[in-house]
Design a protein around this ligand. Structure first.
Ligand code: BJ8
Length: 424
């Protein structure tokens, strides 16, 4: 690692020795999982570069933006509207919550039976290894599941810049009104933080940037309908993960370049795996960087993942925000409309998600669904039963996997996944 980066990390208060060890493990994991894949699109090299610089160049860029007077906002949830952040010339970054870290310290603060995602957020903070948390001028928590909601009360002791957004639990007019009120309050908080007054023109620009990023991902997803699929589920997941922290304009350009290559591959009938490989839709909890365990198991067991019904996937990116309004009021309403459609399992009832899963199975021609629940995640694990019933009614094979971030159950999961793929 260059001296410049070391200086940067020290300046952010990271624990260099532990951070070096983390990068070492991450690098090895990445090489073993991603670089070992065969028949990858060449343009995926961009994301290899992004990953190799995830704590380097990207952090330097954020610090340069801060030096130029712009603000960085960190988030744990797809309900935080990036359009509003962009409208204030600020940058929104997703805070990775995809690996266990400093677990002993974490379990002094959180109950053991907390999901890995929440524990991970705390582990990265307590272990002093996340340059994104340390670069953020504001960190947004949201009242989604009980675990997250209550953990922010504890996180508040560890960081000084936490902002908590309330969120509805029902798709009712009252629920929508709450979301509207919270986005208005958030807009004001972003204005106060940045010193920028967000007007209609700025909102329009913010909506355009974020829509372009989503459209590029929609284009990529669309190519996954082909058989043979021109891109692996692992690589598509990587693009969905980078969606949260890469520069949005550069991300859009790079994904579109990948799409150009995928288009050519489809014309030549070139796939990552042979035509007829069993096709899987993964549905459930979000998979944040560097949580690649289950996709890696699936794609080394003779199947290909053709879609993710997940916040790091189609639940998070589907639906564009209508940017045709001309007033601030119209544009904020459009933002609320777009986010109110996100069908997270914190909503009850949540028929929209069940319908969306069935729709995705048809759209991506999936042969079966693997439902992925993080242990102790009540919303998704409880909703898994409704998902199973909905799939059963359509005679769509389903497998339920409840797991965490440890590697202890890899052998057992592989056996179950292989048996499931066998019956497809
Ligand atoms: S909109 S899915 S990103 S809340 S896994 S912490 S639900 S106990 S992450 Fe999420 Fe926003 Fe919903 Fe999406 Fe709780 Fe479950 Fe843990 Fe979870």
């Amino acid at each position: 690692m260059s001296e410049e980066y070391k200086e940067m990390w020290t300046g952010l208060g990271l624990d260099l020795a532990v951070h070096d060890a983390l990068l070492e493990v991450l690098g090895k994991g990445y090489r073993d999982i991603f670089m070992a894949q065969k028949n990858r699109p060449e343009t995926m090299g961009y994301f290899d570069f992004v990953m190799s610089e995830v704590h380097g160049l990207r952090i330097k860029e954020l610090l340069d933006e801060k030096a130029a007077g712009r603000k960085v906002i960190g988030s744990f949830c797809v309900f935080v509207p990036e359009e509003i952040v962009r409208a204030a010339d600020a940058t929104l970054v997703g805070l990775c919550t995809g690996a266990d870290f400093a677990m002993e310290e974490v379990e002094k603060l959180l109950p053991r039976n907390t999901c890995s995602l929440i524990k991970s957020a705390f582990g990265f903070k307590l272990g002093k290894v996340c340059p994104y948390i340390e670069s953020a001028d504001m960190i947004v928590g949201e009242n989604t599941c009980d675990g997250k909601k209550k953990s922010y009360e504890i996180l508040n002791y560890l960081i000084s810049n936490l902002y908590v957004m309330d969120l509805p639990q029902m798709k009712s007019p009252e629920g929508r009104a709450l979301l509207r009120a919270e986005y208005t309050r958030f807009k004001k908080a972003v204005e106060d933080l940045t010193g920028v007054t967000i007007d209609a023109a700025r909102l329009k620009k913010g909506i355009e940037i974020v829509n372009n990023k989503r459209s590029a991902i929609h284009r990529l997803s669309n190519f996954r309908k082909a058989d043979p699929a021109p891109i692996s589920g692992l690589d598509a997941l990587l693009a969905n993960q980078a969606f949260f922290y890469d520069d949005p304009v550069r991300f859009t350009e790079s994904v579109n370049k990948i799409c150009d290559e995928l288009e050519t591959r489809i014309q030549k009938n070139e796939g990552v795996f042979p035509k007829g490989t069993p096709r899987i839709l993964v549905s459930g909890c979000p998979m944040a960087v560097p949580n690649w365990k289950l996709p890696w198991i699936i794609e080394t067991s003779g199947a290909i993942i053709v879609g993710e019904e997940s916040c790091v996937g189609e639940r998070g990116t589907r639906n564009l925000t209508d940017g045709t309004g001309n007033t601030e009021e119209e544009l904020i309403e459009a933002i609320v409309d777009r986010y109110f459609k996100v069908d997270c399992a914190i909503f009850t009832p949540n028929q929209d998600r069940l319908d969306h899963i069935i729709e995705m199975v048809g759209k991506y021609k999936a042969d079966g669904v693997i439902h992925y629940g993080l242990q102790f995640c009540q919303p998704y694990i409880m909703e898994a039963m409704c998902v199973e019933k909905a799939l059963e009614s359509k005679k769509i094979p389903a497998l339920r996997i409840d797991t965490d971030y440890s590697m202890e159950d890899v052998g057992q999961l592989k056996t179950r996944v292989e048996a499931f793929i066998e019956i497809l």
